[in-house]
Structures are given as C-alpha cells and as structure tokens.
Design a protein around this ligand. Sequence first.
Ligand code: ADP
Ligand code: ASP
Ligand code: MG
Length: 443
Amino acid sequence: MKVLKFGGTSVGSAERMKAVADLINDGSPKIVVLSAMSGTTNQLVQIAETLYQNANQEANALIDALHDKYKQVVEALYLTDDKKKQALELISHHFDHIRSFTLDLFTIYEERAVLAQGELLSTALFQFFLEEQGIPSVLLPALNFMKIDENEEPDTAYISKNLKLELEKHPDATLFITQGYICRNAFGEVDNLKRGGSDYSASLIGAAADASEIQIWTDIDGMHNNDPRIVKNTFPIAELSFDEAAELAYFGAKILHPSSVQPAKQKNIPVRLLNTMQPQAQGTTISAQTGKGGIKAVAAKDGITAIKIKSGRMLLAYGFLRSVFEVFERYKTPIDMITTSEVAVSLTIDNPKFLAEITRELQEYGQVEVDQDQTIICIVGDFIADRSGSGLKIFKALRDIPLRMISYGGSKNNISLLINTTDKERSLVLLNEGIFERNNSNA
Ligand code: ADP
Ligand code: ASP
Ligand code: MG
C-alpha cells in the first residue's frame, strides 16, 4: 500500500483534478490524501474572520463568491448532467452549512468546522469524478480515524486502530480517497493539524497503514536547496535523510509541514516529494540513508522571539537551567535554539502566546531581555566531524549580517543562526551565492 498526498495546487482546478485521476489510476493499492483546492482554506479563514466580527453581510458575500467558484469547478469537471446535479447538491449542502454559522454565536469550534469544509469538498468532488470515470474507489472519512490528543499531538494508537477498521469495511477496494488536514480532537470535536497539515496527515496515515512509500505531490520538483520564493537559481536535492528533511521542514521549508517527517521516520517509510506538473522529474527521496557530507540546504523560520536571561549570581550553577526550562514547560512553550555563556543564557521560542507570563517568571532568575521579529536560518547537511570548511563558508557569506545567536553541534545535521527578520532575504541570497554556487562551480 502506498500513500499519495496531493496539495492544493495539485487539485486546484478541474483540469488538475483530472490530471491527478490519471496519475493514480494504475490499479496498485493506495490511499490518496487530498488538500483543499488552492485558495480555499485561505478564503475559509477570511470568512471565519468576518464571522468573528459579526460582519454577516460581508461573510455572506464571501461565502457566495466561494460557492460560485465551486459551481464553475463542477461545470468543468463532470461530463454528465446527472453527476453535475449530484455535485451541485453536494456543494450546496456544504455552503449551506457554512452559511448556517452566520446565524449564531461564532467561536473557535465553529471556526474549525468552517475550515474543515475545504478538504471535505475536494475529496467528495474528486471521488464523484472517479465514479463518473468508472474508476472504483472508496471515500474514507478522516474524521472517523484521524485524531489528536489533549496536547494536540496525534493519537497514533487511535489512528492505527480506526484506520484499519475503516479499511476493513472495504476488503475488495484498492483505491481509497481521504481528507488531509482535518481531524478530531480529544473532545471529539472537528479540529485540524494546522496550516499545511495535509502532509502530516499523509505521513500519519502512511505510518498507521505500514505503507511501503509516502508520496507528497506538489507544485515543485522536490525539496530545493534554498527557498525558491526568495532566491533565484535554487535546485532540487535528490536525497535527504529523515533528520535532514525534518530540520528543513521544522525550520521553514514550506514544502513540508513542520512535523510531517517524524511519523514516516519512526516506521522507516521513504517519503518522496514529487511534482504533479512534471510527474517524470526525479524529485526528492527522504529515507534513512544519509548521502554525501557537506551542506545540502538552507531554510528560514520567521516569527521567532529571542529571550536572554542575564544572571551574575548562579547562571552555571547546577539546577539553574532546569529552573529556566521548567518555566517554558509550565507554559507548554517549546524552545528552538539555546546558547549559554558564563553570564547569560539566550533561547528562542516561536510561540509568543505566554511571553508575558514567561518573562515575568524568568525575572526571578535574572535580568530578562526580549527581542521579537527574529528569524532562524537553518543550514542543513551532514556536519559530522566536518572538515570541509562549512563554517567558514557560512560566516564568510554572512560577514555583513549581524548574527544574534549561533548554534552548532546540537545535531550533526544542523547549524542554526538567529538574525533580524529584516536581514532574512539578503542572508538567504548571500548564502546561496557563498555556499552553493561555489560548490557547483567546484563540482
Ligand atoms: P501544497 O499546496 O502542495 O502543499 P505548498 O505551497 O504547501 O504546496 O508547498 C510547496 C511550495 O513550498 C513550493 O511552491 C515553494 O514555493 C515552497 N517552498 C519553500 N521552501 C521550499 C524548498 N526549500 N523547496 C521546495 N519548495 C519550497
Ligand atoms: N488546506 C490546508 C491549508 O491550506 C491544509 C493543506 O493544504 O495542507 O493549510
Ligand atoms: Mg503544503
């Protein structure tokens, strides 16, 4: 069994959906995970924002506009009037549900229900298309098996058990379609795996089904060596280890949801990143194999807050760091980077929700300084006993950029730097020129 996930652009129009149907129609057993059609989740977020503000007229206009878009998709996707009628009824049902939220109090629960509609729509429309084409398939409701616990972590035992139960209901089926992104939470409510979460769904489903391979089909030919939205002349990387890919995903490479490598890694299932627009391209294979040493790729993660605790008194006394970490633990706030000196410890967080409380508690241990609008630049590769001068190349490339923190040696795959977000684009371009182009010309 393979798991194939198609992202928003890959199912973003009737044409794209038809192309996906061609790609998956080879008879081999698979679970196909779909995102919402591109733009839909953003539009649902916008609808939710207007509903929070009780701007019902505006919300209704946005809902009508999105409904119209789907009517056009239906018109372009199906051949027969019967299927068009069936699909129009289906989308009306979903949009009536969204409209019903204009009539009552709007809270986070209703918001999550609204956000779930994108994946429910794309999968149902796609499955109708397969039906019309005479391709047998089964629609698996992700809300029957995908679940997060009270810490918002996937409940993998529940997912495995319930996915198997769902699959067993259809012993003869070989092609299953299901929704990415959506799940239930510990209270049984509709919830989601956060933006970009369909990759995570695919990896969790792959792990739960003991898949032989997880394919993430998107709009680019694999993981590139740098952010292609910012830097010109980036290129795809043929092979990455699970750890390298996990670092890149966590530190900002948008092609993969930050947590999506872990479930595949735990079950040692290779993940391939492939391009729906260019299905023959090699893409990227992520597996337990580590390729050649040296620098492979760079990614950047914005929205970072740096916190420095200065204490002449007891900084490196044992127990001090534990007390500091406990403050973050109490507020369930993960730390990304950490550096220490004799007189201070600096660390970074990406979730500032409890910043005020954390700062107040840390002041018990020393003087606290907070810097917001920071960016972590993460340089990934195989740096074990690195003698190729990677550090020198990185620092030479960034000689004019003020570096706020440097972390080297935490893992053999990662060198992280903290900079002001205003320096991000320049840093990524400088790194591309300083690290990769020289590598290429030397090759
Ligand atoms: P999907 O809708 O298929 O999930 P995403 O937009 O989430 O697609 O992810 C693909 C996009 O990620 C690419 O179009 C690209 O702009 C962006 N991206 C950012 N960093 C990288 C990178 N290092 N390699 C490849 N793509 C990247
Ligand atoms: N549709 C969701 C989003 O836009 C999930 C995904 O596409 O992965 O974030
Ligand atoms: Mg994505």
